[in-house]
Write a protein of this length. Structure first.
Lengths: 111, 112
């Protein structure tokens, strides 16, 4: 089955700095890669996603890049703000609905 | 629309007890799934269903049963709870042909 590895497990940045979280996947059939943000005690919420036919996607301060050859994708957050502090999960999906998640990255943005 | 509704939000069980976590969605989504979330381990798929009458196992199915008699409901049953099943459980649904999972608010289960 699919295996998704996510790094780092914790990340602390100063407000205004950039944050990068990286994920690798194993199944070359995976074609959809979402990123979820989970605030403490809340449900995961989709923040950005990318399909395998696209190399990069941007939405305001967040962007995702995908390298299918190397089987890795990354989340980039620029101009970080304290409200960006949360746990971020990457996921990969090949078959309809069966998403495999990374173990999460706890991002702390220090004011 | 209520989205994905999970009940109960909190539950404490003793080892060996049985219980059912309820999940209902009102979006007419074909796909429904159950995940468990443990500290530092992300979300792991327990069981999933691609439509009424169809269920399949995920990564960690042992100790759990599911059924999908209607499109709206996807209950998760623990027949004999164990302390290793202490976790937060999330139900999620998705429309056919879509990509985005919609999660419920979660159910925190403690097994003593």
């Amino acid at each position: 089955g699919e295996n998704v590895e996510q790094h780092p497990s914790t990340l602390s940045v100063q407000e205004g700095d950039s944050a990068v979280i990286k994920c690798t996947y194993s199944d070359s059939a995976s074609n959809y890669f979402p990123w979820y943000k989970q605030e403490l005690g809340k449900r995961p919420q989709l923040i950005i996603d990318i399909r395998s036919n696209v190399g990069e996607k941007k939405d305001q301060r967040i962007a995702v890049t995908l390298n299918k050859t190397a089987k890795h994708f990354s989340l980039h957050i620029t101009e970080t703000q304290p409200e960006d502090s949360a746990v971020y999960f990457c996921a990969a999906r090949a078959n309809a609905g069966k998403s495999t998640f990374g173990d999460g990255t706890t991002l702390t943005v220090k004011p | 629309n209520a989205g994905v509704t999970q009940t109960p939000k909190f539950q404490v069980l003793k080892t060996g007890q049985s219980m059912t976590l309820q999940c209902a969605q009102d979006m007419n989504h074909e796909y429904m799934s159950w995940y468990r979330q443990d500290p530092g381990m992300g979300l792991r798929l327990i069981h999933y269903s691609v439509g009424a009458g169809i269920t399949d196992q995920g990564e960690v199915p042992n100790g759990y049963n599911v059924s999908r008699s209607t499109t709206e409901d996807f209950p998760l049953r623990l027949l004999s709870a164990a302390p290793s099943q202490t976790s937060v459980y999330f139900c999620a649904s998705m429309a056919a042909g879509a990509n985005v999972l919609t999660f419920g608010a979660g159910s925190r289960l403690t097994v003593l």
